[in-house]
Design a protein around this ligand. Structure first.
Ligand SMILES: Cc1ncc(CO)c(N)n1
Length: 217
């Protein structure tokens, strides 16, 4: 079995928990309070900026020139989405600025940046994979189970259920399988641990937005 298929099986219980989260349920039926979505969007702006910086660094460190090109393109795509948040979504959803980097975002983006800088590049590739894959699965799930035709969050949902995003996700999965195949068992285990940690942070990212979690002092 391919590394990605094995690893997805491993995190399947976490994925099930994600699609049952109140943030996701309410996003799906359009009842999510705007304040929580705004918090999420502001944090996601920090996230996307730093996720993209990490992707660029992984691109620079990739051994294969084709993987380098793919990751540099992923980085470009991430920055384009961040700019779209700032240029149109912020206004559409009534947000004037993105606020401060709150604890879960702080943890997540520093996890990604340090993995991109210091881990073996294969492990860093595994660390960023849930950012692609979980969003694709959640986007498709919400899209397939939509209840409300007038969902105020539809534009957001369409981004992650779209074909363009799917292409990147398929590529990121293929790259991880290609590098896993050339890795030792011990390296693969590190890749798996990085993937699991990022999956848990995806869960926490939504939950923290739902709870409007900020620094205590
Ligand atoms: C937290 C988070 N993870 C993944 C994505 C998709 O790139 C996103 N926009 N935000």
């Amino acid at each position: 079995m391919k590394w990605t298929a094995k690893t997805w099986k491993n995190i399947e219980p976490i994925y099930q928990k994600i699609i049952e989260m109140p943030f996701i349920k309410e996003l799906q039926n359009g009842t999510l309070p705007m304040e929580k979505f705004q918090f999420y969007m502001g944090q996601d702006s920090f996230y996307l900026e730093n996720f993209s910086r990490s992707l660029a660094l992984i691109g620079a460190r990739a051994e294969s020139i084709d993987h380098a090109l793919d990751f540099i393109r992923f980085a470009e795509g991430g920055i384009v989405v961040e700019k779209a948040l700032h240029d149109s979504y912020f206004q559409e959803f009534g947000l004037t600025d993105r606020g401060n980097i709150e604890p879960t975002t702080h943890h997540y983006l520093n996890f990604l940046k340090s993995s991109a800088a210091l881990d073996q590049v294969e492990v860093a590739m595994a660390a960023v994979l849930p950012c692609f894959w979980i969003y694709k699965e959640v986007g498709d799930y919400i899209y397939a189970n939509k209840i409300n035709e007038n969902n105020p969050y539809q534009k957001w949902i369409d981004t992650y259920a779209g074909e363009e995003f799917e292409e990147s996700v398929v590529k990121a999965i293929e790259i991880c399988d290609a590098v896993a195949e050339k890795s030792t068992e011990a390296q693969q285990e590190k890749m798996t641990q990085a993937f699991i940690a990022a999956t848990k942070l995806e869960y926490m990212f939504w939950e923290s937005a739902y709870q409007l979690n900020t620094w205590l002092v």
